[in-house]
Design a protein. Sequence first.
Length: 136
Amino acid sequence: MSETPKSLYLRLGGYDAIAAVVDDLLPRLRQDSLLGRFWTSPRSVDTNNRERQLAIDFIAAAAGGPTIYLGRDMKLAHKGIGITKADYAAFMRCLFGQSGYVRDARARARRSRCLRIRPGTRDRRSIAIRSPSATL
């Protein structure tokens, strides 16, 4: 009898690993020379905490975790703010240039071809999970 493959959520390390990646990522995005413009206005601690929690919930839910994402869909949330392909590339550079959590997750995703994020779309449907057990 074959064992059911782990969900992407579990392969990424679960909630705590996703939270650690987000905690590393958000300051990198804010300090990036290209992406920093999206965080130029003064923000309260509460706003920053909400952004963090929404990012964690979105990633965990999209990866098949037990989290419920209550934020706006990504297409609506980013509409009209002028995100370019260069911004997307800078985001990916910030994401994959960081902690071991992401490097390990990226290596696992590349090996299994289980996660592909398509440029130009920013909602849950833009994350394709290739596994025998699930697709989004």
